[in-house]
Design a protein around this ligand. Structure first.
Ligand code: GLC
Length: 541
């Protein structure tokens, strides 16, 4: 594995910038705040979390209809988050600690307040008209086709001045760019170069599978009655024509060539297609597209050993040998896994089992800020709902997983000097926080640190092959194998004690355990308590 491919062994950490650390007391997180907290993430010693790379959610100027996923200038920093100088300092400080920084790039759509859209919408004959997707109403009136916005309602909004509709895959305040126009491609490549020149290590690319749409804008058909899928077929359509078009791959290959010219830079794409078969092509034919593509399957998995195993096996079977898998348990778009997998007696133990799995599978793991201390979703009173999705569909709102990072027991949890930050601080913050867990060897934070630092030093976990083994029900059992090391991981998802036989003639040493009272040595079999997980380094035998 070359230095160029650092992202293969890295643990990534997603920072929802608005909520990590506020340095100026305005109640919103910012870049200087992140710099001040780098030691938590990696100070070069096992007293820190030990992650390798940070993904920052969008920091570009934005009117914040979708909290930064509506960019009004691709080559600047929103004053709410700081300045370009603050970003430069963050990059220098992060790099000094061996931490890489990747930025969120939102190329599918801009803000309606972007100068490009203002020019494009000025008149029908504007020189930049074709930078966005404009169409006349359908014969007889109404939107040009049946496409729907991912946030609900038609994907078209009528501009009364010109009498034409424009396309938006999300909010009406997020018009979609037209990648069939060469000048749009060139402009986005300029933006990519701008950040690479400033020293960022790569990008997380928002909804990359949506960049291109059917050239004829054909209607989407209804779901296939023989294979309906409520999530994939959102709002009752098969999305055949408004996403995942073959021409998108040429654009991604171009971006990859650009990144490769800089060396050691990478992209991870949000390819929100759910079926891994449809995600594989985004790695490219010869790994010449995305280095990494998100795999969101754990976000929808029930707490069940067989379900997780099936999802992992799918990835292991479908991905070509060189394509690196990814795994994620939580993100800024889904309920936190500490809440999803909660259980009155085993909730806290499940968070450890989930972490041990995430960090020992073959692939690049992405953590979400706060999961290392067991942050849960926070109930948001209706009057404080900020997410546009939550305002339209209260049950789907994403504010609960975006609340301020819980650093300590002070009034705003150490997040801000402002006692009433942009989203409320979770009620558990006085108990569940970094300060309370930092020096407690039995805490979840200490567990994450141990697993990540062990992983860093383990050839089997960072580079080894994966092989699932037969196991008692409720147990997910696999080995990670490398020429120098073999590690068996046994995870009990059930509520009963389960006995696991070690492979014949093997002896082992427990290297990681969700329970701190589990000790060496391990002989022929181990009893796993309910919601317990262990990693055992096997001796050759
Ligand atoms: C992606 C982002 C999400 C955003 C949407 C529109 O799915 O993760 O937060 O709302 O794109 O940009």
């Amino acid at each position: 594995m070359s230095a160029d491919e650092w992202w293969r062994r890295a643990v990534f950490y997603e920072i929802y910038v608005r909520s990590f650390q506020d340095s100026n007391g305005d109640g919103v997180g910012d870049l200087a705040g992140i710099t001040a907290r780098l030691d938590h993430l990696n100070d070069g010693t096992p007293r820190s979390l030990g992650v390798d790379a940070l993904w920052l959610t969008p920091i570009n100027p934005s009117p914040m209809y979708d909290f930064g996923y509506d960019v009004s200038d691709y080559c600047a920093v929103d004053p709410l988050f700081g300045t370009l100088g603050d970003l430069d300092r963050l990059i220098v400080e992060a790099h000094r600690r061996g931490l890489r920084i990747i930025l969120d790039l939102v190329p599918n759509h801009t803000s309606h307040q972007h100068a490009w859209f203002k020019a494009s919408s000025a008149t029908r004959t504007s020189a930049q008209r074709d930078w966005y997707i404009w169409r006349d109403p359908a014969a007889g009136g109404g939107p040009p086709n049946n496409w729907v916005s991912s946030f609900g309602g038609p994907a078209w909004t009528l501009d009364p001045r010109s009498g034409q509709y424009y396309l938006h895959s999300f909010l009406a305040e997020q018009p979609d760019l037209n990648y069939r126009t060469p000048a749009v491609r060139a402009a986005m490549e300029d933006a990519i170069r701008f950040w690479l020149d400033r020293g960022v290590d790569g990008f997380r690319i928002d909804v990359i599978h949506k960049l291109l749409k059917d050239a004829e804008l054909r209607d989407n058909p209804p779901p296939d009655p023989n294979d309906p899928h409520p999530v994939r077929d959102y709002f009752g359509q098969r999305h055949l024509f408004d996403e995942d078009q073959p021409e998108v791959h040429e654009i991604i290959r171009g971006w990859r060539r650009l990144l490769d010219r800089y060396g050691e830079r990478m992209m991870v794409g949000e390819v929100y297609l759910l079926d891994p078969r449809r995600v594989v092509p985004y790695y490219g034919d010869a790994c010449d597209e995305l280095q990494l593509a998100f795999n969101f399957s754990f976000l929808w998995s029930p707490w069940d050993a067989g379900a997780f195993r099936t999802r992992v096996e799918e990835v292991e079977t479908l991905l070509p040998a060189d394509a690196q898998p990814t795994y994620v348990l939580s993100s800024h778009d889904a309920p936190r896994h500490r809440s999803r997998f909660d259980d009155a007696t085993h909730g806290a133990d499940r968070a450890r089992v989930a972490a041990l799995m995430l960090l020992t599978l073959r692939g690049t793991p992405f953590l979400y800020y706060g999961e290392e201390i067991g942050m849960r979703d926070v109930d948001i009173p209706p009057a404080r709902v900020r997410d546009p999705v939550g305002q339209r569909f209260p049950a789907l709102g994403r504010d609960p997983e975006r609340t301020p990072m819980q650093w300590d027991a002070s009034p705003a949890a150490g997040f801000s000097a402002c006692v009433d930050p942009w989203l409320p601080v979770g009620p558990e913050a006085p108990r569940v926080n970094v300060h309370a867990q930092a020096d407690d060897p039995t805490s979840l934070l200490s567990f994450y640190r141990r697993v990540i630092w062990y992983r860093r030093s383990s050839p089997a976990l960072t580079e080894g092959a994966y092989r699932a083994l037969a196991a008692p029900s409720d147990v997910f059992l696999y080995v990670r194998e490398h020429a120098q090391q073999r590690i068996l991981v046994a995870l009990n998802f059930g509520g009963q004690t389960r006995t696991v036989d070690l492979p014949r003639a093997a002896r082992g040493r427990t290297v990681l355990a969700t329970r701190h009272d589990r000790h060496d040595p391990v002989a022929d079999r181990i009893d796993l308590a309910p919601s317990e997980g262990v990693a055992i380094e096997l001796e050759r035998g």
